[in-house]
Design a protein around this ligand. Structure first.
Ligand SMILES: [Mg+2]
Length: 411
């Protein structure tokens, strides 16, 4: 039997901002008062990206506009997001984790899996090992994590959700009936906002009821996704903990283009990125998947190649979301050398059930509708019928062969 840990930072963005403020000499620990990280925190329209445990008690939820949150809790302290700080904290946490196993798979910016199998001789029983990791992170980086322990990734992740913060929780297969099955079906991993009401309508209220529901009926309603949900409710998952590099390699959709002239202007590069984003996002939507990671590859005229990527707080499939993320990465990576080749890669793919809440703090629901309309028109009348105004006067949408790769999708 394997031993898998799921490590998850408690209120990651909020904790990381709080720790930094303390380091900078602040007397107030944001984690101890109602507080939140809100995008565009000057405006009331900014979206809550993370909140403290005291803020949770006021019913404040991630994804709601700051204005709503302030109505629930007028004394709520809001701070703006600091994405480079988050990336740094994330990297440092994964560096610590790498001391405890060589099999670590980042799942998002603030959570990942660690295969602890065989590590008992070095660090003790799973509970002892998890305690060491949790204390190590707290001591060195100043924030708390939840660690879920089980015999597979799915159950380890579900375990970590059971109670927060700063907890180590086991959810072994023999504990399912007591710990998991009584929970409402909404709590199940991969049961999204659209699926839950449909399950309820079928009379499935708890995870246990989902586990016992006839698979054939679930398949009739949800196709293969139904079979997967049933397996998950029964705690079945045998996917290995992938090495960080392998995850990016095989689970991605990308497109790139070689430019017939040297690109030296930022605006020019943006146009190419937009055209690449179009194709990549369209392929994501076509494949019914969302990306949790966007990468940009830049090749310079002197054949230097460098690539940068960003893990997203939530998965995306909108053209503009892909484009905005790619632009951000490009701005951070580009050292102003002339460019000959640009690429965008969307990785860490997952089913489109993922919540569409962007790290860039925007509501993409309107974009989604526009994207769907464009996809439809293009499929029906040919790809050139709808061209963004940005493209008029030069660069065409990049529909070239590119490198389409949809391999093993994350379940
Ligand atoms: Mg977290």
């Amino acid at each position: 039997m394997r031993t898998i840990f799921h490590i998850d930072v408690n209120s990651a963005f909020l904790s990381w901002s709080a720790v930094q403020l303390l380091k900078d000499g602040s007397m107030l620990d944001l984690r101890t008062v109602p507080s939140a990280v809100a995008g565009d925190s000057e405006s009331r329209r900014g979206i809550i990206l993370a909140k403290s445990t005291p803020a949770k008690k006021y019913g404040i939820v991630t994804g709601e506009p700051k204005g709503f949150a302030l109505q629930k809790c007028p004394q709520l302290i809001c701070v703006p997001p600091a994405f480079s700080l988050y990336t740094k904290n994330s990297e440092e946490m994964f560096r610590i984790l790498s001391n405890y196993s060589d099999r670590i798979e980042p799942f998002s910016i603030d959570e990942g899996f660690l295969d602890y199998t065989g590590m008992e001789q070095l660090f003790g029983s799973p509970l002892e090992g998890a305690k060491k990791i949790k204390e190590h992170i707290k001591k060195e980086l100043g924030f708390t994590v939840n660690i879920g322990i089980s015999s597979n990734k799915l159950l380890a992740k579900m375990a970590g959700e059971l109670e927060k913060p700063d907890k180590i929780i086991t959810l072994y297969p023999e504990e399912l009936e007591v710990k998991l099955w009584p929970l409402p079906v909404e709590e199940m991993f991969m049961v999204g906002r659209r699926t839950a009401p449909r399950l309820r309508k079928m009379g499935v209220r708890t995870i246990g009821e989902l586990a016992r529901y006839p698979v054939t009926l679930l398949e009739k309603e949800f196709k293969s996704y139904g079979r997967m949900l049933n397996a998950y409710a029964n705690g079945i998952d045998d996917t290995p903990v992938a090495h960080a590099e392998a995850v990016q390699e095989v689970k991605s959709i990308g497109n790139s283009t070689t430019i017939p002239y040297d690109v030296e202007e930022r605006e020019e590069a943006y146009k190419i990125l937009l055209s690449l984003a179009e194709t990549v996002a369209m392929r994501l939507r076509g494949g019914g998947v969302c990306a949790r990671e966007i990468g940009v590859v830049i090749k310079t005229t002197d054949f230097q190649v460098y690539s940068h990527q960003t893990k997203l707080f939530n998965a995306i499939d909108c053209t503009n979301a892909v484009y905005e993320t790619a632009k951000k990465i490009f701005d951070e990576a580009w050292k102003k050398e002339p460019i000959r080749h640009l690429g965008i890669r969307a990785g860490h793919l997952c089913s489109e059930e993922c919540i569409q809440l962007s790290i860039l703090d925007e509501d993409w629901s309107k974009e989604k509708q526009a994207d769907a309309a464009m996809d439809l028109i293009r499929r029906k009348y040919g790809r050139d019928t709808v061209v963004r105004s940005t493209f008029i006067g030069g660069i065409e949408p990049a529909f070239g062969g590119g490198s389409l790769k949809i391999n093993h999708l994350r379940k």
